[in-house]
Design a protein around this ligand. Structure first.
Ligand code: FAD
Ligand code: NDP
Length: 428
């Protein structure tokens, strides 16, 4: 059994949804594009899962957040794909890929061949077992990567209102889930190994603001340690978390956010990997010789021209833009220059909202009101602005820090930059 398509996307997440949109905007014929996803639903805006989806009142539910509503574009329901003759193969895993023969083998035993392949397999959540801790399958231990995970978080959360949650990990999932748990009236303790939350991006000053804010909402922080084991009750549910420092935290539920690994297995041995992802060139083409394979989103390690380095980014804006770019590069190669991306990360928790553009590194200048107003930071490396962070900005202000960061202006006087603060970006 086999079918042939001009374009095949493996993976049906954010990048796949935005690639499909771009294909339709550039004009494809019915029957040319196929998307294969092991998720049972059409591509959706994954960020909703740790935000709107977990709200106690009027939570977001599909079909409301199918791509590409995140960029105020069309909402691509299964009907949308059908009407455009796009084959959406859901609930189906690609088991193997033969890049020499341009074919994929699915879990249903079908062989699907392509002229162009876009790899958009994203990433999977790291499991505690990979750090030597057993118990991930207990019914009150939650991860958060897909819809099934989010439904489990909701169910478990609803069963322990007023109880205790332990959140393992102080990264994005940890911070966003902790906020959602508090909103659901659950007592939260966050546990992570670093000295402060969001250690890979936040400076101690920035982290101190968010930790203080979370503490004001009742969140407790246990830093500089990790969990060593779980204590289970007679039903096999986790009853407490035992930390490496010997402390015991009673738990009605546990949420784990300890990072991800890109889903590269299908292509190992066939494509070059770098920084954990599939290495692509400035046109997002992978290393196979015939140029027919592209990789986008969380799974791709691509050159960031602005920094002269390759990066693998794990954020939605990069997934959306790299996907749209790859389609442009495939369909209109002559008029499509190399991918030139400015990294952009953001988060929204409680009444807070921040955006970051560029890169961290070099010296950091903080500015603004860290007592609860608008504040931010600039990173200056080799005499140039390379990164900007802003909490509580307006649309115009975020646009200004984005523009300033892309321009990489020379900074001769750090003290002056500190005095000017946000005004510097607004004047660039
Ligand atoms: P994914 O969206 O993960 O899609 C990959 C798809 O491939 C999935 O459908 C998967 O099931 C499928 N797949 C994998 N292997 C196979 C296979 N062998 N066969 C078939 N299908 C396969 N980023 C932000 O910038 N801001 C946010 O606020 C934000 N919030 C987030 C909240 C949560 C809960 C999560 C988990 C992530 C969040 N992110 C956020 C990150 C962002 O969602 C990702 O960067 C983005 O989803 C990456 O898109 P992708 O298409 O590369 O991967
Ligand atoms: P992150 O990489 O953001 O954070 C993982 C955190 O867990 C780090 O603090 C890490 O510390 C810590 N950690 C690692 N190992 C352990 C351990 N054994 N015990 C306790 N803590 C540990 O990953 P997340 O899981 O939070 O997020 C998953 C993905 O989802 C990421 O790709 C993220 O970008 C994405 N996401 C993005 C959002 C956004 O952009 N707003 C929102 C939600 C998710 P260390 O640094 O020392 O390894």
């Amino acid at each position: 059994m086999g079918r042939a398509f001009v374009y095949v996307i493996v993976g049906g997440g954010v990048a796949a949804g935005y690639a499909a949109l771009e294909f339709t905007k550039r004009g494809i014929s019915s029957g040319e594009l196929c998307i294969i996803s092991d998720e049972p639903v059409a591509p959706y805006e994954r960020p909703a899962l740790s935000k709107g989806y977990l709200l106690p009142e009027a939570p977001a539910r599909l079909p409301s957040f199918h791509t590409c509503v995140g960029e105020n574009e069309e909402r691509q329901t299964p009907k949308w794909y059908k009407e455009r003759g796009i084959e959406l193969v859901l609930g189906t895993r690609v088991k193997s890929a033969d890049l020499k023969r341009n074919t994929l083998l699915t879990s249903t035993g079908e062989t699907i061949s392509y002229k162009f392949l876009i790899i958009a397999t994203g990433a999977r959540a790291l499991k505690l077992e990979e750090f030597g801790v057993k118990g991930s399958d207990a019914e009150n231990v939650c991860y958060l990567r897909d819809l099934a995970d989010a439904n489990r978080v909701v169910d478990v959360m609803q069963s322990c209102t007023g109880g205790n949650a332990v959140v393992i990990g102080g990264g994005y999932i940890g911070m966003e889930c902790a906020a959602s748990l508090v909103i659901n009236k659950i007592n939260v303790t966050m546990v992570f190994p670093e000295a402060h939350c969001m250690a890979r991006l936040f400076t101690p000053e920035i982290a101190s603001f968010y930790e203080g804010y979370y503490e004001s909402k009742g969140v407790k922080f246990v830093k500089g340690t990790v969990l060593s084991s779980f204590e289970f009750d007679s039903n096999g549910k986790v009853a407490a978390v035992i930390l490496r420092d010997g402390n015991r935290l009673p738990a009605d539920m546990v949420v784990v956010g300890i990072g991800i690994r890109p889903n590269t297995t299908l292509f190992e041995g066939q494509l070059a990997l770098e920084k954990g992802g599939i290495k692509v060139n400035g046109r997002l083409q992978a290393s196979n010789s015939n140029g027919s394979v592209y990789a986008v989103g969380d799974v791709a390690t691509f050159p960031v021209k602005l920094f002269g380095e390759t990066r693998r980014l794990e954020h939605v804006d990069s997934a959306r833009k790299s996907a749209r770019y790859a389609v442009a590069a495939i369909m209109d190669p002559e008029n499509t220059g190399e991918f030139d991306y400015l990294p952009f990360f953001y988060s929204r928790v409680f009444a807070l909202s921040w955006q970051f553009y560029g890169d961290i590194g070099g010296e950091v200048i903080h500015f603004g009101d860290f007592s609860g107003g608008k504040f931010g930071a600039y990173w200056v490396s080799n005499g140039h602005l390379v990164g900007s962070f802003l909490e509580g900005g307006t649309k115009e202000e975020y646009k200004a820090i984005s523009k300033a960061t892309r321009l990489k202006p020379a900074i001769d006087d750090l003290a002056m930059l500190e005095t000017q603060g946000l005004g510097f970006a607004l004047a660039v």
